[in-house]
Ligand binder design. Structure first.
Ligand SMILES: NC(=O)c1ccc[n+]([C@@H]2O[C@H](COP(=O)([O-])OP(=O)(O)OC[C@H]3O[C@@H](n4cnc5c(N)ncnc54)[C@H](OP(=O)(O)O)[C@@H]3O)[C@@H](O)[C@H]2O)c1
Length: 336
């Protein structure tokens, strides 16, 4: 192929907290040529994740930070554009950690998977059939272990992970209470995702509304935020509750961590369990979750909403926008 231009979003400086536009720059370089044994992937969709904050942060995390000057780490969906490998022919749709760029020359081992759900939009491989859906499925079902009739509370309830958690909990016969920011997201929880109750955590009387809705009977709390939302939910746990720690969006700085209310008393009195997890520790769960998730999507039982930014120029501000709560659904960047 003619050597195309590869637009790359590079980490330009290391942020302390949430990465902002100024922490990135866009470079234009020739598209890479695959070395022997490599394939060339042309990205079509780039993912934007809250976790990217951790990937660029110097504070200790579960992965090495992206180097300053390197292409921003990202999941992406693309198509094999050049290949001598009969297992990965040109035109194969794939997903993997291909970075915020147009083209990536990678070893086939870097490909996370061939996308087989080609009757569904390819972008779903980054959202409801990707890390977000698999995280929701694993965290809720394996760690939260909800039973029919139990009450499940979900924070960031309108988001990509949260909306999946809420809908899976409904499919498992639970009463589901969602917590999201603002009236538009609250309504989306009720009207699109089928929550029984949805609350706006920005309302001045949020804690009272939550207490009224929960009545101390929260069996599973799927926590994506920590912070004041969790402080309010912890007081509503039922005996034997399970608290699933999936994300900490409300913690502005990780070093030093802020002081906050102590949770131990709630855990002790309610004989409750609190457990964090990182989905990358459970690669075997991807296929298990996707089988369920794809079936529910085909059956119309699992709805998704995508928040699409057009063009790679949108990338530098895209993570900050997540932390401003701008996204309605799974945030993605479409390249073409
Ligand atoms: N443990 C794992 O392996 C794993 C894997 C994937 C994702 N996650 C976590 O799952 C969570 C959701 O991820 P997602 O990709 O689905 O993102 P998302 O929910 O689609 O988007 C992030 C949302 O976070 C909310 N938020 C931001 N700052 C907040 C604050 N200070 N207080 C309360 N809410 C705040 C905003 O919603 P509002 O407008 O409602 O505030 C925003 O829309 C994240 O915390 C992410 O890190 C964990």
């Amino acid at each position: 192929m003619d050597q195309a231009v590869n637009r790359q979003v590079l980490l330009d400086s290391r942020p302390d907290g949430v990465p902002q536009t100024a922490h990135f720059r866009i470079a234009h370089t020739p598209a890479p040529r695959p070395a022997p044994g490599q394939v060339l992937v042309r990205n079509q969709w780039l993912s934007v994740e809250p976790a990217m904050r951790g990937w660029v942060n110097a504070a200790a995390n579960y992965s090495d930070p992206v180097a300053v000057g390197a292409v921003m780490r990202s999941f992406a969906v693309g198509t094999i554009a050049e290949s001598d490998d009969p297992d990965w022919p040109v035109g194969t749709p794939v997903t993997g950690s291909f970075g915020w760029q147009d083209y990536a020359a990678v070893e086939p081992s870097a490909i996370q998977r061939r996308i087989t759900e080609t009757d569904l939009p390819l972008s779903l491989a980054l959202g409801v059939l990707g890390i977000n859906g698999v995280t929701a499925h694993f965290g809720l079902l394996e760690i939260g272990q909800p039973k029919p009739g139990e009450t499940v509370v979900v924070s960031t309830a309108a988001g990509s992970v949260g909306s999946c958690v809420g809908q899976i909990a409904k499919l498992k016969g639970c009463d589901v209470i969602g917590i999201a920011g603002g009236e538009a997201k609250r309504r989306m929880c009720l009207e699109r995702f089928g929550y029984d109750v949805a609350l706006d955590y920005k309302a001045p009387d949020f804690a009272q509304q939550l207490a009224h809705a929960c009545q101390g009977r929260v069996d599973v709390y799927f926590d994506n935020t920590s912070g004041p939302i969790s402080d309010a939910v912890m007081g509503q746990l039922a005996v034997g509750a399970r608290v699933v720690i999936c994300g900490t969006a409300a913690i502005a700085n990780w070093s030093p961590l802020p002081q906050g209310p102590r949770v131990e008393r709630h855990l002790l009195v309610k004989r409750a369990r609190m457990q964090g997890f990182v989905i990358f520790d459970h690669p075997q769960h991807g296929a298990i979750a996707r089988a369920d998730l794809a079936q529910w999507i085909h059956g119309g039982q699992l709805k998704y909403v995508e928040d699409v930014l057009e063009g790679i120029e949108q990338a530098p501000d895209a993570i900050a926008g997540l932390y401003r709560g701008e996204n309605m659904g799974k945030r993605l960047i479409r390249l073409y």
